[in-house]
Design a protein around this ligand. Structure first.
Ligand code: EPU
Length: 339
């Protein structure tokens, strides 16, 4: 089924709660529908944007073109052994519904990614991650349709160039393929990831450590730190954590011996942008209707009626402070849409 809406308000399709309009908004529910849309000449000359749950977008102005949204649903076991199960999931499924489904079935691997907003298609484009796990760790393959030709193409995990918040679909092949299905490989045997931050401490509140309690613990940790977009518009982490050459990090450490960090490899170190933004004194501060969240400095929030431009003005001010104080460039994880 294909549904078209003219002059459509994007308010319920972006977690920042920015009120802009799309000239045309189209939802489709199968690969065939998507192929027929791509081949219809009326659409191709104008710009188009494909969105997921809108949890990583910042609209700056009305969208003068077509916005697509996948309504491809379904979660289907396509093969299984004693050790693992392969589940093929439609791009339009809500990510956290899939995590809940895995936990209910006692399949291991997705639980640390509980409560991440967004949809299954975007999970692969964005390589979503949290609490020591990235979705690339459980992706088997990604099915797509090519925008130019309408032909289907399947990418094995190794072909997706996954790295921190990156994939081939965001970089080299940006705008060229639309994700239709993602197949995940989940373990049937116990395999926990409990090393990150305060997961273990949070789990002490429960009698047992199992998939359900891990999911509850992760949800509790997230709910304390991250604002609920239904109450206060936001897109989760606004910036990516910068990855620095080790020499630059060692210099910073001389001035700030308590700087938190994670080794990426021998030559590179990841530093939390939240810590630097916090140290610049931004936590809880406002600029117009945009603010830095008072419980997690990496999150910018819409304090009510903010425009995309107000959020960008705040983000630029934050970037400048971090550059001045630490000499480090930080870049948005959120995609800006519009001029
Ligand atoms: N910190 C501060 N001040 C703050 C917040 C954090 O000093 O206001 C310090 C913390 O003490 C800690 C460090 O910064 O030492 C890292 O903080 P946290 O564990 O909260 O994680 P993060 O690096 O800020 C990343 C992801 C989150 C993910 C968490 C947990 C990115 C861009 N963000 O945040 O993902 O939930 O780790 O794994 O990598 C998202 O992408 O939208 C997102 C929420």
């Amino acid at each position: 089924m294909i549904t078209r809406y003219n002059h459509y308000s994007m308010l319920s399709h972006n977690t920042f709660g920015i009120d802009v309009e799309a000239e045309l908004f189209i939802e489709y529910s199968s690969v065939e529908d998507l192929q027929s849309l791509l081949s219809s000449k009326e659409l191709l000359p104008q710009p188009f944007l494909h969105i997921g749950g809108g949890s990583n977008l910042l609209f700056v102005s009305d969208y003068k073109g077509t916005i697509f949204h996948s309504g491809i649903k379904g979660m289907e076991i396509i093969s299984e052994t004693e050790e693992y199960v392969m589940v093929r999931v439609g791009a339009g499924e809500v990510w956290d519904d899939f995590v809940a489904y895995c936990v209910d079935n006692e399949w291991y691997g997705a639980e640390n990614l509980s409560l991440i907003p967004g949809e299954v298609g975007a999970s692969a484009v964005q390589n979503i991650g949290a609490y020591g796990v990235e979705v690339k760790d459980i992706i088997e393959r990604v099915e797509t349709v090519a925008v130019e030709s309408g032909k289907e193409r399947t990418f094995a995990n190794e072909d997706c160039s996954f790295s921190y918040r990156q994939s081939i679909f965001k970089k080299e092949l940006k705008g060229q393929y639309i994700v239709t299905y993602v197949t995940y490989k989940l373990d049937k045997h116990t395999r926990f990831n409990l090393e990150y931050g305060n997961i273990k401490t949070e789990l002490e509140k429960f009698d047992e450590v199992n998939l359900k309690t891990i999911r509850q613990a992760i949800i509790a940790i997230r709910e304390v730190k991250l604002p609920d977009p239904k109450i206060e518009g936001n897109a989760g982490s606004f910036f990516m954590n910068p990855i620095l050459p080790r020499a630059q990090f060692e210099l910073l450490k001389q001035t700030y011996p308590d700087i938190p960090h994670y080794d990426v490899d021998e030559d590179r170190v990841k530093v939390p942008a939240a810590w630097m933004i916090d140290r610049c004194g931004w936590k809880g501060r406002l600029l117009g209707n945009a603010g830095v969240h008072d419980k997690q400095a990496l999150v910018l929030v819409n304090k009510g009626g903010a425009t995309g431009r107000e959020i960008i003005a705040l983000s630029k001010a934050v970037q400048l402070s971090v550059k001045e104080k630490f000499g480090v460039d930080i870049y948005p994880e959120v995609n800006f849409i519009g001029e």
